[in-house]
Design a protein. Structure first.
Length: 392
């Protein structure tokens, strides 16, 4: 195992009606003029946005609103939010929605708190020295952005999708009411469950140290999400299943499941970022579509981890060679993806990628990771291209 630092400053308010404490929490963290940032019409149609604004008005807290956050959130809207915050004297951000609204709000917070172009942080040219304080009302269990240090933004010019991580961007509070996720389409629910699992698996498949307690937590989280994802296919209104998945989403990406290792692999995410940037696909679905090809490309270089995953997570009987057992584990996870109606290749994702597109994505991915990256197996541009080709 490796030494580690673990930092999770976010206050979590979890359960039915938790959003009723929004104004109280904003006040507790010093907010007096709030930008409420959200996505599409669901927050409006459900009445959640009005409940939030009513509560702020009752508490005497001023606010402005900015909607329009979309999957693979856009840099252009971030710039708009930065300008609005500066014009209105905003001192606190409230993201209402899922990872897109939260990530976009974090980027706005970086832009307000720092001089220069906020894209510099996502382009790895410099580091943020602060962020406007942020709170979250979560409506989609998926990215874990409500407790993580990371955000991902897409720059429209060149369709470049990049992530940035900083403890400054961690939210002050996260309000999590599982009932707020019950209006999600089944596809978004399944995408969210996939993303949650991937955040844990990226940390799990590593050649750089491990801890038994961390492994046990990761494996338990994965089994829990799989069990409840299948329940939600049959019964989308099941509160307990929604609650299990929502809390798993936070735990999967607040650093807990990576304590004691080298930080994880993350190449499935980096590969998917290029899919999302070029084709604007749902993040969870893109991860499911690329994972099997990545796994088959790297598993022999990380065989003990894939063997353990197959037996402890996927329930594969430990019969046959280690390689045979590992491959059965990969196949079992792909079978699970199919049961929750997730794709397992680009064709099923609805992407008809040309060879030119694959070459472009591999090159952009290599540039984005500085040439090579990966813990299960170090991948370079030619490896990335081979994985994209295998995923068609």
């Amino acid at each position: 195992m490796y030494g580690f630092q673990y930092y999770t400053p976010t206050r979590v308010i979890f359960g039915k009606g938790a959003e009723s404490r929004t104004a109280e929490l904003i006040r507790a963290f010093g907010g007096s003029k709030v930008l409420i940032h959200y996505g599409g019409g669901s927050v409006v149609r459900s009445g959640l946005l009005k409940r939030v604004t009513d509560s702020l008005e009752a508490a005497g807290i001023s606010y402005v609103t900015l909607g329009g956050a979309v999957p693979n959130p856009r840099l252009g809207l971030v710039y708009e939010g930065i300008g609005l915050c500066r014009k209105e004297g905003v001192d606190f951000l409230l993201a209402v929605g899922g990872g897109s609204a939260i990530d976009s709000a974090k980027a706005i917070g970086y832009g307000v708190a720092n001089e220069g172009d906020v894209w510099d942080f996502y382009d790895y040219k410099r580091k943020a020295a602060g962020c406007l304080p942020l709170g979250v009302i979560l409506t989609i269990a998926a990215t874990g952005s409500e407790m993580s240090d990371s955000s991902v933004i897409t720059k429209e010019e060149g369709l470049v999708k990049r992530g940035y991580s900083s403890d400054y961007g961690r939210s002050k509070f996260a309000i999590m009411n599982p009932e707020l996720t019950m209006t999600l389409p089944d596809y978004q629910t399944a995408c969210g469950c996939t993303d949650i699992m991937m955040h844990t698996m990226e940390r799990y498949f590593t050649n750089g140290g491990n801890m038994e307690i961390t492994d046990a937590l990761a494996e338990g989280l994965l089994r829990t999400v799989m069990t409840n994802a299948e329940i939600l296919v049959r019964d989308p209104q099941n509160y307990d299943a929604r609650a299990e998945v929502m809390w798993a989403g936070s735990l999967s990406h607040n650093g807990l499941t990576g304590c004691g290792n080298d930080g994880g692999d993350w190449m499935t995410h980096k590969l998917e970022h290029e899919l999302g940037g070029l084709y604007d696909v749902a993040h969870g679905a893109g991860l499911a579509a690329i994972w099997g090809s990545w796994a088959r490309y790297v598993y022999q270089h990380c065989l003990p981890r894939f063997l353990r995953f197959a037996v402890n997570v996927m329930g594969v009987e430990p019969e046959g060679t280690d390689e045979e057992i590992a491959l059965k584990g990969i196949e079992a996870l792909e079978d699970f993806f199919r049961r929750i109606h997730m794709p397992t290749n680009l064709r099923e994702l609805g992407v008809n990628a040309t060879e030119e597109d694959l070459v472009t994505m591999a090159h952009k991915c290599a540039v984005g990771v500085g040439g090579a990256m990966g813990s299960a197996r170090l991948l370079r541009e030619e490896d990335m291209l081979a994985i994209f080709r295998a995923s068609r």
